[in-house]
Design a protein around this ligand. Sequence first.
Ligand code: TRP
Length: 329
Amino acid sequence: MEIVLSGIRSTGHLHLGNYYGALRNFTRMQDEYRCYFFIADLHSLTTHPKPDDFHSGVKAILSEYLAAGLDPEKVSLFVQSSVPEVSELYVLLNMLAYKGELERTASFKEKIRGREENVNAGLLTYPVLMAADILVHRAHKVPVGKDQEQHLEMSRVFARRFNSLYDTNIFPEPQAFNFGTDLVKIPGLDGSGKMGKSEGNGIFLIDDEKTIHKKVMRAVTDSGPTQPNSIMPESIQNIFAIMKVVSTPDTIAYFTDKYNDCSIRYGDLKKQLAEDICKQTNPIRERIETISQDDGYLRYVIEKGTTEARNSAHSTMLEVRKAVGFKSF
Ligand code: TRP
């Protein structure tokens, strides 16, 4: 069976964009592929998070993914730093990664802009660590967004380079993967652009009803249509785009008609949207609360996933070590 692997950043909380974009695909993949999903805590060390906050961030993300539908009986869930084979492969791949190609990586150039005080080697070799994550499980498919495509291309380059230098075919070349469906893009409610953590416009799965209502009621709108059947401005299209994933077709048809005959009241539209979002997120939020307090369950999930991931990584590393020429006396 083909292997799917993806890394999840360990900072922040899941928002509607993550849920309706990436996660719905993850939950479908877990039924059809051998899936490994991990929390990329090593990667987040490039920015030196405080040790005291580190674990709670990892735990929050894990609880949210479980609450949103990842099934630990179907997927291996683990924390990157608990699989030391990743770090070992990272060292070996670093010997095949060239300074020039790493410096040319778009994400590196982007990240160092305006932060000359902490351009550490971990930042430079971020794509090598990501390649180690993927290659250590010999993954075929990696569900990632557009922003990660260059990293994935570099993983293929490192895989090819390793295979050819050591005359082996240990590593398959991992391909980007979105399940053959167009990625659903969830817009923000601030007039334009997508919903995102860094955009500061997220509606989070852990937000309570009051917070969600407040955020939705603040959504940018205009003064309303003055001509029947006029084209919607982007800010209004965005509200309808979110409705499309949380509301019933009847609700959408009702408000579309109201827009088209100019009788729409944006206050009503937003109130309906907020209620429909809450209907979707309330059960998830309740599950997050239950799961995040169930240390025994979280331990079970992580122990199971870590054992599975370490077994897979270990068997790859046996072959890798042999290919490189390491031998015991
Ligand atoms: N770089 C990815 C991101 O920022 C996270 C990540 C780390 C990852 N290692 C990975 C994704 C391996 C896929 C496979 O979102």
